[in-house]
Ligand binder design. Structure first.
Ligand code: HEM
Ligand SMILES: *[C@@H]1O[C@H](CO)[C@@H](O)[C@H](O)[C@H]1NC(C)=O
Length: 511
């Protein structure tokens, strides 16, 4: 995603040269983000944006309380923090002072309307209440497990089988993204876009929906990056360029969702045990079709490319860790051996079996510590405040907690913080999973707005990994080079993750 146009870049580069000539003693600079007159921290940002997360991690690591003020051009300032006490304060203790805020709401409103992801206050509370009740039902969990199983059995395994036969290189990130999209659409409104299928009848419509959804998400978040807010507003007014494309993709997404909602309303079926999220929201309130659409779109956005991001990094890490792979395989074999009964067919694991895959759970959790799908998250500050570490924050500033940096802080994880070590998630005896405070590990957010899909996400991720690793050997083509990061709404691998797939040597008799 382009953060700034070339002209702006050139302008700032010449400005930088000027500043560097005037910068006498760079050795004694204080910790934190360097701020220049007028342009604030922007010059350093531009110099480092290709390694944004590692740069900001380095800066925060060197600050005494792991928080720093970031100055944007003009009066927009904010705090970036990797301090668990500050995170607890923002997300829980003083939650009401840190909403998503007007700016966030405004920029995403065309796409997300007033869905849960893009609302504060009562509108948010209403959706949160219904959703958190529904997310905790056994019936939704079963719905999810069954849909995941079908996707694995009928699409993922055949696809990996084809790749292993032809010995071709596969973009695993792309496969995982299409899997997740199919999955979240089934969960949200029981529609199968068949994006992972490629061949079937409805695949074209589904693929178009997925592409439009992706464009709408990327282009909407692009608005945050525009240096001058009025540029996108002018483009929107004139209906040109990126704003025209955004309008078109939003149109496609809305039409797709409206269609489903309309037909569902006509065929209202009041009692149905296998209810998707849409039916659950339809049953609860007198919600207008537009509001239902906003709700559903927010859920698709939230569940769409988080799990695929997590698993892409996971498979990359595992490629150079045969020791961890072996342990995962052993655990799968043990669980397979102890569970005679197959609730949902051969390919996948039932809820109880998934629960037994503890080492796998730890390995995925550990991988997200180093590569959190939601790498940073930003809130607005309503009124002047002082954070627990003493940092002052002013009304209208932004505050960002830096999940990626937090996973790499010695103060939180100890001196081996940058090592991938699933064992750290178990207690001394190695048996019991150690729960970590969500304020120290805010991968799923924390406090009142904590992720609703966490359990669902683990079900999906563990099912995919277990089914794939049981049958195949999956290795990144370039396992020794850390992939370049692509920061979209989630942290993705730039250019995808090319892998080779081979059948696993001693496949168990159950396969
Ligand atoms: C590994 C996978 C996932 C991760 C790391 C993750 C992480 C997060 C984070 C950091 C937030 C807070 C975002 C914010 O409000 O700024 C969030 C919110 C949310 N997530 Fe997830 N998520 C994952 C998967 C899912 C899935 C699969 C679903 C749906 C099925 C989901 C549903 C939601 C919803 C509805 C919210 C909004 C909650 C609210 O605002 O009250 N998430 N998630
Ligand atoms: C998802 O699973 C439920 C429960 O088994 C089933 O009724 C539904 O048809 C599935 N949805 C899709 C789109 O396959």
């Amino acid at each position: 995603m382009e953060l700034f146009s070339t002209q702006t870049l050139l302008l700032f580069l010449s400005f930088l040269t000027f500043l560097y000539l005037h910068n006498r003693n760079p050795k004694t600079r204080p910790p934190g983000f360097k701020a220049y007159p007028l342009v604030g921290s922007l010059p350093d940002f531009l110099l480092n944006r290709h390694r944004f997360l590692d740069w900001t991690t380095d800066v925060l690591r060197n600050c005494p309380t792991h928080s720093a003020v970031f100055r944007r051009p003009g009066k927009v300032h904010g705090i970036i923090t990797a301090n668990p006490d500050n995170v607890e304060h923002i997300l829980k203790t003083n939650f009401h002072n840190y909403p998503k805020g007007e700016r966030f709401n405004y920029l995403l409103r065309d796409f997300l309307g007033q869905g849960i992801f893009n609302s504060d206050g009562d509108l948010w509370k209403l959706q949160r209440k219904t959703a958190s009740y529904e997310f905790n039902t056994k019936s939704l969990r079963n719905f999810a497990i069954q849909n995941v199983t079908v996707e694995i059995q009928t699409r993922l395994i055949p696809l990996l089988q084809r790749a292993s036969k032809s010995e071709s290189v596969l973009d695993l990130q792309d496969v995982l993204e299409r899997f997740a999209f199919d999955n979240i659409c089934k969960l949200a409104f029981n529609v199968d876009p068949a994006c992972l299928d490629g061949g079937s009848g409805d695949a074209a419509v589904g693929a178009e929906f997925m592409r439009a959804f992706e464009d709408a998400a990327t282009l909407s978040s692009g608005r945050f990056m525009s240096v001058f807010g009025w540029v996108w507003e002018l483009k929107k007014f004139l209906n040109v360029g990126s704003e025209r494309k955004l309008r078109e993709s939003i149109c496609t997404v809305h039409a797709f969702a409206d269609n489903i909602i309309r037909s569902r309303m006509e065929a209202k079926d009041p009692h149905n045990d296998d209810m998707d999220l849409l039916s659950r929201f339809m049953a609860k309130e007198e919600n207008s079709p537009e509001f239902l659409r906003d709700i559903v779109i927010s859920f698709i956005l939230a569940g769409r490319d988080t799990t695929s991001s997590a698993l892409s990094w996971f498979f990359w890490i595992l490629s150079s860790r045969p020791d961890v792979k072996d342990k995962i395989i052993k655990e799968i074999e043990t669980v397979r051996a102890s569970c005679e009964k197959r609730d949902y067919g051969e390919a996948s694991f039932g809820y109880e079996e998934l629960k037994e895959l503890k080492y796998l759970h730890a390995a995925i959790t550990e991988s997200m510590r180093l590569y959190p799908p939601v790498h940073v998250d930003t809130m607005a500050c309503l009124n002047d405040d002082v954070l627990p570490d003493g940092t002052g924050i002013k009304k209208n500033w932004f505050v960002t907690y830096h999940t990626y940096a937090m996973g790499r802080m010695e103060s939180i994880w100890g001196s081996d913080c940058v090592e991938f070590k699933p064992e750290r998630w178990f207690d001394e005896e190695g048996g019991v999973f150690r729960t970590e405070s969500p304020f120290r590990y805010p991968v799923f957010h924390a406090g009142a707005r904590m992720c609703l899909g966490k359990e669902m996400a683990y079900i999906q991720m563990k099912s995919i990994v277990a089914a794939a690793m049981e049958r195949f050997e999956i290795d990144a083509v370039d396992k020794d080079t850390c992939p370049e990061q692509h920061m979209s709404l989630t942290l993705r691998i730039k250019g995808g993750l090319p892998v080779r797939v081979r059948p696993r040597e001693c496949v168990m008799s159950t396969a």
